[in-house]
Design a protein around this ligand. Structure first.
Ligand SMILES: [Fe+2]
Length: 318
């Protein structure tokens, strides 16, 4: 893995972590992306024909044994209700209200375990909307401080195979792996029946094995980042210092920039200078395809002046 270090309270910009080419053939582009991700680089392929984006992302996923996961994520996209499928594997991204920012997170959760993220740009004519990709520091002390909001369970007897698969499908719970431990801080208890109780808890972040880098890695999952007011404040300040934050007279307090204000529950102490090694700021252009390791790189987005243009990005995850 290449290295670059945050300095003096800010996250340094390191464009050398972005490997870029002009699209050639699907085979060449896929080889380029796979080689880039193996070095923990972000891959940017420009001028990708929209009719080839599906074939290309499938080839890249195959290179890391993630094709099944790519199909599964596309299949689940419209089930959640806020995303539409585009082609075979891509999906629309969440619509954003005026002046909202997307704080840096890795897509999904430890349980869903998405390993790869890709973003394809259809249109980006706004006066902002820069994508900010940030590389997490595996050795950060933050992993001992931050908390992941997850579901844990307690059972009074051992469960049958069908009971376990029901819990997994209905509540995203793996038993007995996801049993409540003494370290978990309980937020809410839900009794399912006389044998099973589920708990929403704050748990210590756990590592996940990466197919791409073949090692166990810490990840700033959405379930960790989206609960922390400190992360929102840090990202707002980062954008402000970078000259990328758009403001209006009615929007100034940091909580007003939050895309998902219902999720944040406390101040968990996120410090970006400790959590991230470096960042890449890049405004996606039409027909750009960005591919990254979802375990090591977070994605976030700056805001824009509402009437300035349109930003249409589609995403694929595996
Ligand atoms: Fe996301």
């Amino acid at each position: 893995m290449q290295d670059c270090t945050a300095q003096g309270g800010i996250v340094i910009e390191d464009k050398s972590r972005l490997s870029r080419i002009n699209s050639r053939t699907v085979k060449d582009d896929a080889s380029f992306a796979i080689a880039s991700l193996k070095k923990d680089q972000v891959a940017l392929i420009q001028n990708v024909d929209p009719t080839e984006a599906d074939r290309l992302i499938a080839e890249i996923a195959k290179g890391f044994a993630l094709l099944e996961s790519l199909e599964l994520q596309a299949g689940m996209a419209s089930l959640a209700g806020h995303r539409d499928n585009v082609g075979d594997y891509f999906m629309t991204v969440d619509k954003r209200k005026d002046y909202k920012i997307v704080t840096p997170h890795s897509e999904g959760s430890h349980l869903l375990g998405m390993q790869m993220a890709a973003f394809y740009c259809l249109e980006n004519t706004t006066d902002g909307g820069e994508t900010i990709l940030m590389n997490v520091d595996q050795n950060s002390e933050m992993w001992g401080i931050l908390r992941d909001k997850v579901v844990k369970g307690v059972t009074k007897r051992s469960l049958s195979r069908s009971e376990k698969s029901q819990l997994r499908m209905r509540y995203r719970l793996n038993m007995p792996e996801d049993s409540l431990t003494s370290d978990d801080e309980i937020l809410k208890a839900t009794t399912i029946d006389s044998n099973i109780t589920l708990y929403d808890v704050l748990a210590s972040p756990k590592k996940l094995h990466s197919n791409i880098l073949n090692q166990d890695l810490h990840t700033l999952w959405y379930t960790t980042e989206s609960i922390d007011y400190d992360s929102l404040e840090q990202f707002k300040n980062l954008l402000l210092e970078s000259g990328l934050l758009k403001q209006s007279a009615g929007i100034s307090e940091f909580k007003m920039f939050d895309s998902d204000p219902g999720l944040r529950i406390g101040h968990f102490g996120s410090r970006y200078d400790q959590l991230f090694k470096c960042k890449i700021s890049y405004k996606l252009q039409p027909n750009d395809l960005v591919i990254q390791n979802n375990l090591t790189w977070t994605h976030g987005v700056a805001n824009w002046t509402p009437s300035s243009g349109h930003r249409r990005i589609i995403a694929a995850f595996a």
